[in-house]
Design a binder for this molecule. Structure first.
Ligand code: NAP
Length: 248
């Protein structure tokens, strides 16, 4: 199926509680808006509070369900921070119907020979450790859902290594493995795990990775939303442990 042709029902995510990480900008921002406009109560996670407040206001002004805001710096989050996050979600909602693990950083575009180890650590913390720990911590709330979908953001360089993508490529290959393992080990009937490779998309991260590219030649985050809706909603119930390419 061509995901760009997927037509979600307007109420696809009605009454769902969905956490979107990195919701303040780029693809995460578009996904949060799109999920809210399809009926979800979106928990807006990010590290920059004012960006989350802007999107909160935007969602409210569109008449979509009132979202929640959950700021957390993923590169330095402590066990206590995760505990508080789970507590907050538990008290406010008592369950979780989906997570879009979208937050990510690019790191350096350089050979491993010269790759700075501190940047390596940062990329691994945000792109790999945080989605693993968050999923692990939130499993009890996900298991309370009638139908929960966990989606990890991958990349073309998450399928096979590519020169000068360093920690980013390694983190994305590893997150595909994490998603697959959660899927294989899961025994809960109402819970599934998949990856999405958004493909080249007009965001700050893409501009940093390809500074000489004309952004106007790229899909906007809004244009790639059908696949994000598909994976989060029940039309993809049969998918578990898969990795899809948004723009193919
Ligand atoms: P982006 O515009 O740079 O947005 C990334 C988001 O992640 C931002 O909201 C950012 O928050 C948040 N974030 C980064 N570090 C964080 C941290 N330490 N703690 C909490 N939040 C953090 O990137 P994007 O292009 O939308 O990418 C979204 C996802 O798609 C990423 O996982 C990326 O790897 C993947 N992807 C993108 C493309 C593409 O062409 N754009 C292609 C393949 C894969 P702030 O705004 O506060 O910095």
């Amino acid at each position: 199926m061509k995901y760009s042709e997927y037509k979600p029902r307007p109420d696809l995510l009605k009454d769902r509680i969905i956490l979107v990480t990195g919701a303040g900008d780029g693809i995460g921002r578009a996904a949060a808006l799109s999920y809210a406009l399809h009926g979800a109560t979106v928990v807006l996670h990010g590290r920059t509070l004012n960006k989350l407040e802007v999107i909160y206001d935007e969602i409210e002004s569109l008449g979509a369900p009132q979202p929640a805001i959950l700021p957390l710096q993923l590169s330095s989050a402590s066990p206590r921070d995760y505990e508080l996050l789970v507590d907050t979600l538990d008290k406010q909602f008592g369950r979780l119907d989906g997570i879009l693990h979208n937050a990510g950083i690019l790191g350096e575009r350089t050979e491993l020979e010269n790759y700075p180890a501190d940047i390596w650590d940062d990329v691994m913390a945000v792109n790999l450790r945080a989605p693993f720990v968050l999923t692990q911590e939130l499993l009890p709330l996900l298991k309370k859902s009638e139908s929960a979908s966990v989606v990890f953001a991958s990349s073309g360089v998450g399928r096979e290594t590519r020169e000068r993508w360093g920690a980013y490529s390694v983190s994305k290959i590893a997150i595909e493995a994490v998603s697959e393992l959660f899927a294989k080990e899961n025994t809960h009937p109402n819970l599934r795990f998949n990856c999405i490779n958004p493909g080249a998309t007009r965001t700050a991260m893409r501009a940093k990775a390809f500074p000489d590219e004309d952004p106007k030649t790229l899909a906007t985050p809004e244009m790639i939303m059908p696949a994000y809706l598909y994976l989060m909603g029940d039309d993809s119930l049969a998918l578990n442990g898969q990795s899809i390419d948004d723009q193919d």
